[in-house]
Design a protein around this ligand. Structure first.
Ligand code: NAD
Ligand code: UGA
Length: 484
């Protein structure tokens, strides 16, 4: 007989826990899903009647929340109760890079995972399948198993038992709902067939059977890190080629199109941009680097570390180009920043290229106006670690002494007055429809548009007289034709 499943618990109501359980709840209306978190504010936002206050912005999420919330999907801080009643528990907590101690800067900080395992050990009843949903270093399942086994042996509660499985999440932010509803694959790693089947039955409600892969637990953990490392490596590769395009007269979009036609390479994930951001690529590669170093595979470690290093170099390169084109200084020049999220269709700014680029420009003395349709200015302040310049200060300019430039946020796009340049850092749809002939009139001449996402209509911008720089476009750098 299979393991009976009725109640599901998810520890962690973040970018993964929230959308993942929402989609599961919509696909499995006969099961109950309890999503718990220690963060009271986050849970309150998930429960907010005002759906624009959900803690996460994802296209399609609101609609599914309306369908499932308080029917078979519940958000709460009552961790004990959710664990007690659960047949399956997903651990979906944050696993950032350690900032101090052993492995600092590379290995994952597992304190939230360990705390979750201890809570499970403390409150679970009967048989529980514990699933690693967070991205974890290889062999973390062993840590979780150790904690749970010691509870099995020492608990005064009758008959508690566990199976630990790995079921990494592959969703990308901005397309989370689509990715969850139609995943390329669902990966389940483990050594207990009954538990693996019970978990796969959940997915079978909407995922075709041939897309559900079973592996051993360590392959599953490593496949998740490897998948992110390969994706990030593609971006670092194409971004490095963008630099070569700029000096040779080639155009990186044409190069991407040409190589993408090779079915062995494929056309996805070949868009050059301001450098990959997001909470996971850097952290997961560094995790892989740490693992390789731990096993004395130093050349392997060096290979993967270079993917991260070139990403930082690339972000810095963009700032340097802006400064150079603006006659070597941006001090007191108004620059418009279009987009702060690490990609479009999310409010997430973790590791966004905009953070480094904006900070560097502010340190160079620039006066930034930052626009983003979904990011909260408080988040920007936290990311930049520089306070927003207030209206009052704006009016008393002369009395304020700052050692560097300043920034302020704008909700509206009526911000081009007296701007020297515009930097497109996130590919939000609305930036594609800016009327450049109208905005050009308001800008200081010579005016510049720096498009790091290749989304503005180049012809239209250039027609107005604005100078355009596009990432990886050597064809508009004609004035320094290196072949002459
Ligand atoms: P997040 O920071 O958005 O959410 C994690 C949540 O866990 C937070 O709300 C935090 O308060 C909560 N939490 C921490 N410790 C807890 C505890 N002991 N009890 C209850 N709640 C606790 O993180 P995220 O982006 O959702 O990522 C979670 C994991 O999923 C990470 O390992 C990440 O690498 C992985 N992942 C993320 C993505 C993504 O797109 N963000 C995609 C795939 C995998
Ligand atoms: C990434 C992976 O795509 C997911 O499969 C994985 O589950 C997730 O990490 C994770 O483990 O957290 P995510 O970071 O949300 O998802 O978003 P991506 O679409 O991968 O974009 C990451 C960064 O790369 C963004 O800054 C994006 O702008 C950039 N990017 C992406 C490019 O510069 N060019 C591209 O062609 C694609």
């Amino acid at each position: 007989m299979g393991i009976p499943i009725k109640n599901i618990c998810c520890i962690g109501a973040g970018y993964v826990g929230g959308p993942t359980m929402t989609v599961m709840a919509s696909k499995c209306p006969y099961l109950n899903f309890n999503v718990v978190d220690i963060n009271k504010e986050r849970i309150a936002s998930w429960n907010s009647d005002n759906l624009s206050k959900l803690p996460i912005f994802e296209p399609g999420l609101k609609e599914l929340i309306v369908k499932t919330r308080n029917r078979n999907l519940f958000f709460s801080t009552n961790i004990k109760e959710a664990i007690e009643s659960a047949d399956i528990i997903f651990i979906s907590v944050n696993t950032p890079t350690k900032t101090q101690g052993l492995g600092a800067g590379k290995s994952s900080d597992l304190k939230w995972v360990e705390a979750s395992a201890r809570e499970v050990a403390k409150y679970s009843k009967g048989h529980t399948i514990v699933v690693e949903k967070s991205t974890l270093p290889v062999r973390t399942a062993e840590v979780i198993e150790n904690i749970l086994n010691s509870a099995e042996t020492n608990s005064k509660r009758e008959e508690i038992s566990f199976n630990v499985l790995s079921n990494p999440e592959f969703l990308a932010e901005g397309t989370a709902i689509k990715d969850l509803e139609n995943p390329d694959r669902v990966l389940i790693g483990g050594d207990n067939q009954k538990a693996m089947i019970a978990l796969s039955n959940l997915y079978k409600a909407w995922v075709p059977e041939e897309k559900i892969l079973f592996t051993n637990i360590w392959s599953s953990e490593l496949a998740k890190l490897t998948s992110n490392a390969f994706l990030a490596q593609r971006i670092s590769s194409i971004n490095s080629i963008s630099a070569i395009c700029e000096v040779t007269g080639a155009d990186v979009r044409e190069v991407s199109r040409a190589i993408g036609k090779d079915t062995r390479i494929g056309s996805k994930f070949l868009d050059s941009g301001p450098g990959f951001g997001g909470s996971c690529f850097k952290k997961d590669i560094l995790n892989l680097v740490y693992l390789a170093e731990y096993f004395d595979l130093h050349d392997v470690a060096k290979f993967w570390e270079s993917v991260v290093e070139i990403n930082s170099w690339h972000q810095k390169r963009i700032t340097e180009i802006v400064v150079k084109k603006l006659f070597g200084t941006v001090a007191n020049k108004r620059l418009i920043i279009l987009g702060f999220a690490f990609k479009a269709n999310t409010n997430d700014t973790r590791e966004s290229a905009a953070i480094k680029i904006c900070r560097d420009l502010i340190i160079e003395g620039a006066d930034l106006i930052i626009h983003d349709p979904k990011v909260n200015p408080k988040q920007i302040e936290e990311d930049l670690q520089i306070k927003q310049f207030s209206e009052e200060e704006q009016n008393e300019k002369s009395t304020i002494k700052t050692i560097h430039g300043k920034w302020r946020f704008s909700k509206s796009l009526e911000i081009f007055e007296e701007a020297h340049a515009v930097l497109v850092l996130t590919e939000w749809e609305e930036y594609k429809h800016i009327k450049w002939d109208r905005e050009f009139k308001k800008m200081v001449k010579p005016a510049w548009v720096f498009d790091s996402r290749s989304i503005v209509n180049a012809e239209e911008v250039q027609k107005t007289g604005i100078n355009l720089w596009r990432l990886g476009d050597g064809s508009i750098e004609k004035e320094k034709d290196i072949f002459k």
